[in-house]
Every structure is written in C-alpha cells, then in structure tokens.
Design a protein around this ligand. Structure first.
Ligand code: NPG
Length: 369
C-alpha cells in the first residue's frame, strides 16, 4: 500500500462520569488519533496512552512526539510502500513505545483492509458476530454510590462487573456488591496497588467467588504473582505485566497468572495482540479484551479482537454511552441483550463522524514524506 501522508490529530473527549483507579482520576480523555492517507483510502488508529505516564511509561504527548520524530520517518523510509504486517518490522529498532506503535499500525491496517474490503475481525480470524460485554467501575465515593452504579449497569444488561480496588477500598465494597448481587459474574482490578506483604489480606477476597483478580502486584513482579497464586484461590489475571506474546508465555510458564487481559496498545498492536491470544490458547489460558476508555475507533478494533475464540470471558468492551455523550463514530455501539455487535464492514467497519471529530479537535498536523 502506498502511504501519502499521516495525520496526527488530538481530540479532547469528556467522559460521562469521572473514572477513578489507583492511578488517579480521569474526567476526560486526551486522545491522539492517527490517520493513514493512502491511495486505497484512509485508515484510522487511536493511541491509548494516558495524559500522565501512570498506567505505563507512555503518555500521550510522548507518544505524539515519538510518532512524529521516529515512527513516521521509518514508515516513509521505503518510499511510503508499507503493509500492516510490515509495520512492526519497520519500527523494530525503536525500543518500547508500544502504544504509539500500535496506533500507527492500526491506521495502516485499517486503510489496507478497507482497500481489500476485508473486516478486521475476519482478518484476525474471528467469526463471532457479537461479543458479551462487561463493564469496569471506578473507585466510588461511597459504597451506596457504588451499589447504585452496579445496579444501573446490570439493569442495562452488562454481563459482568469489574470493580477497581486499592488498599482501603477492597474487602468492604466487594462484600457489599456480592451481598446485594449474589450471583453476578464479578471480578476486581488492582492496577498494581498491592505488595507481596498484602497476600494474607488479598486471600480474604477468596470468599466472594470472584472470577479473577487483575494485576494485584507491580508490573515487573512476575515472581510475586506466582507466589501469590499459590496462596489465593481467586485466579490471577495479568494486564500491565503482559507486553508481548513472549511475556505472556513466560508469565504463564512461571505460574504468575491463569488468565490474561489483552490490550492491543499495551502489546504494540493488534497483530501482536493476536499472537498473545494464540499463545494463551496454546497454553490453555483464557483471555479477554481489556479497554483503555477508547473512542469508537479503538473500540471497533477491540470488538474485532474480542470476537476471537479464546476470548472466553466478557471484556471491558462496553457500549459507547458508558463513556461518551457523543462518540467520534457515526453509529454508537449499543448494548443489546448484554452483547455488542462486532462491526461487519471493511477495516474497522465504522464511519468516523468528521463533524464530531472537528468539534473536539485541539490540534491537527499532516506529515508527508
Ligand atoms: O471500559 O475501557 C474501559 C475501561 C476499562 O478499567 C478499564 N481500564 O486498568 O484496565 C484498566 C483500566 C484503565 C483505563 C486504566 C484507562 C488506566 C487508564
């Protein structure tokens, strides 16, 4: 595919409700969109790096800078002739910056697939036409407020609830939710907030029949997670620790987790995400698709990923109205019987609403070879 130009666009997206995790609170997303302009048409990618480098070392201003100065020149190096399958190799000598690379790869992939009239989920090898949806609930101000939120999302039809936890907000909220909603699929996410010394405390979560506990310890502490797994009955799922298919294989081999959360941004793109999916399947470990509060652009791609066969648990692939009053895509994703339709059209399968994009745009630049 011949790339003519890359557009880098920053959009400001206020969330319908602030989202609090152990990393802090987000009231809006500062989104970097990457648009690949090619002879075959345009493709879109979304960078999931946050405003601050908390979830990972990447942050959106840094991703913007590295894409402009280091990734785009490498894409243009071969005269602008590039395929999505070649993007990772073209960018390989840039170390790290996986979220930045993932956004660039997705834009090229979307343009290429639109040119071939092939939907992303088919390209990845997925056959499901809809996926079960979970919802992730941030740390609430009070337990009654949390129960109201859980009740509201269950009434909308969400099939599983994920609660954010941190020291001081763990056993009590989980106990209250379990008591009020005895049989719902329930899981918790600690976003690295605990240490090995908390093992005994975390084991007290076992009585609540959680589907899993996500990333209780630091991202580099695979040994600690393996030790914790020997103490807890609740299955351990890793998120921040898993940055590639090989790190997934290593974590599973060490007994650090028995479930994996896949986020394409965290592993450097949807092609590597597919490899994480495959290696986990080969090792008998179920996966599910995580979320980073994406707009409809990243969300469309996540739904394609979530349709893969080893995505055996509902993902953080919630409907557009859980995040935005108005999304950047023309047709918002809606919850229907607890499920969301996988986009069926070519590439991402969504139409970007340029009027919505323009009203939210903070800056835009077009880079040519
Ligand atoms: O529904 O997209 C969503 C949000 C899911 O909880 C969610 N994401 O750690 O998984 C996470 C968390 C997150 C989002 C963390 C944004 C940091 C930033």
């Amino acid at each position: 595919m011949k790339l003519h130009a890359i557009e880098l666009r920053r959009v400001q997206m206020p969330l319908v409700r602030p989202f609090r995790t152990s990393y802090g609170v987000e009231a809006a997303r500062d989104v970097l969109l990457v648009r690949a302009l090619s002879a075959d048409g345009d493709g879109w990618g979304e960078c999931v790096a946050g405003t601050e480098p908390r979830f990972s070392a990447e942050y959106v201003d840094g991703a913007h800078a590295v894409i402009r100065a280091h990734l785009i020149p490498r894409l243009f190096a071969a005269g602008g002739e590039i395929t999505a399958a070649g993007v990772a190799a073209a960018l390989r000598d840039v170390s790290g910056h996986r979220m930045a690379k993932a956004a660039v790869e997705l834009a090229v992939l979307d343009a290429e697939l639109r040119g071939h009239e092939l939907p992303l989920h088919r390209y990845l090898g997925a056959e499901q036409t809809r996926v079960p949806a979970g919802v992730s609930i941030g740390i609430a101000a009070t337990i009654p407020d949390l129960l109201t939120q859980v009740d509201g999302y269950l009434a909308e039809g969400y099939l599983r609830i994920k609660l954010k936890i941190q020291p001081g907000w763990d056993l009590e909220p989980v106990r209250a939710v379990r008591k009020a909603f005895a049989s719902i699929p329930l899981q918790v996410d600690a976003n690295t907030a605990y240490t090995r010394a908390d093992a005994g405390w975390l084991a007290r979560l076992d009585e609540f029949g959680l589907s899993l506990i996500e990333q209780p310890l630091g991202r580099d502490d695979l040994t600690g997670h393996a030790a914790l797994a020997r103490i807890l009955r609740t299955p351990i799922c890793l998120d921040e620790s898993i940055v590639s298919a090989s790190s997934a294989a290593q974590a599973i081999g060490m007994g650090a987790c028995t479930v994996v959360n896949i986020k394409a941004g965290r592993v450097g793109g949807y092609l590597e995400a597919r490899r994480v999916h495959d290696v986990c399947a080969a090792l008998g470990v179920p996966v599910w698709c995580g979320g980073m509060l994406e707009t409809g652009i990243g969300r469309a791609a996540n739904l394609a990923l979530a349709a893969l066969p080893n995505c055996r648990l509902p993902g953080d692939t919630s409907a557009s109205d859980r995040y935005w009053a108005r999304d950047l895509i023309t047709e918002p994703f809606r919850l229907d019987d607890g499920h969301i339709k996988v986009p069926a059209g070519p590439g991402l399968g969504v139409l970007v609403d340029m009027a919505a994009v323009r009203t939210r745009t903070i800056s835009v630049e077009e880079i040519r070879p």
